[in-house]
Design a protein around this ligand. Sequence first.
Ligand code: TRP
Ligand code: ZN
Length: 473
Amino acid sequence: MSLRRRPRVVSTALLLVLSAACTGASGGQDGPDRVRGAKPGAAGVGDKLFPKMGNGGYDVTDYRLTLDYTPDSNRLKGTARITARATSALSSFHLDFAGLHVRKATVNGRTAEAERQGTELKLTPAAALPKGRAFTATVVYDGKPKTIKDPDGSEEGWIETDDGAVGLGEPTGSMAWFPGNHHPSDKARYDITVTVPKGLTAVSGGELKQRKTHGRHTTFRWSSAEPMASYLATVAVGDFDVHTTTTDGELPQYVAVDPDEAGDSTKVPDQITKVIDWESRTFGRYPFSSTGAIVDHLPGLGYALETQTKPYFADAPDEMLLVHELAHQWFGNAVTPRLWKDMWLNEGFATYAEWLWEEDHGGRTTDRTFRNFYDGTDDESGGIWDFAPAAPPSAARVSDAPVYGRGAMVLHKLRRAVGDKDFFTILRTWVKDHRHGNATTKQFIALSERISGKDLTKLYDVWLFGKDKPAKP
Ligand code: TRP
Ligand code: ZN
């Protein structure tokens, strides 16, 4: 069910004169040589599972994307305005971007040299960027966006539907529709404006700030108040029925349903309200300014995605899938792993949310679900002993069974070791301490030991890091 199946060269003599004459970045003509120690930014952040994803030397604070999409020709025109801060002195830096044509690039309003190599877009600004300085890069692009085939065989990136398209980004697909620092460790705010033919709707994360029809087109402006990892960004274009309401907790809720899925989705808005209410009581206050869902009609996609504030469903979701994707709003979206290998912090937790929900709603107890996973009788327990949940062996396996089912088993073992009170305090503190940031497995272990006052080394060694199936508990 919820599883994903689911520069400029200057002579040495001139350089000496320049460095002797200039101490700051002011005065005279500037160039990459003018900022002391400016170097090209790295083409990756050093994530071993995805070596090319993300980039070094800067930290994005804001994306402003202005998109225009024509479903008939599958043509996307875009302008990405990226505001960032240099974390080292940069003579050039990279963005991740796949396919499409770059028409123009600027940095701080001046034309920048743009070079492409594979999924890397290298920008060389007219003037180097001093460490600590905020800067703005603009990329104007167009073309037919790519669908990306993942290492594990599933599709993401830009995917056409029968009435539009959707942009999906886990783990790398967002680079197919906008250039950026596409690694979960660099969260930023997003403002996404999409123009589509009149009659269609463009849905994205966050809150709808403006909707305006001009002639034969409608423009939708979406704004995400809280920071977001780029893999959680989405745009869905198509024919949608929109259901807006307010949850019990006074959150604005926006549910977009493809008419082809309307018959099977009548309960979805009420179910979301109910699930958000239960999850808020269980995990602590909901971390974003709005909630909702996108229920599209894309049979065969084979997975759902916890896109921020509005999870994406390829068809009408059942209640358990809603529980899973909405739990990710706490685990994955508010608290995001720093590296892809820590995906169990997302999937193990969202899976455990399902177990807890079932226990609380007249289904199996979590002890029973644990046993069903251990003895292989649960439908989703196949392959859970293939590797340790905290150590996926390759990019192709970050969404495999051990990360989900065995990840949830780790949490159940923890709960039984520390008791309910400390366990739920650990979960809520985890979200509170790292809300809108990134975190690591090591930090989770330390937190659980601090709150419980117990040495949990053995438990984690066996259940989280152990390669083999542990002896019967
Ligand atoms: N996160 C999605 C879910 O839990 C599944 C998924 C889709 C995924 N693409 C992925 C997980 C890439 C890891 C990597 O429903
Ligand atoms: Zn998940």
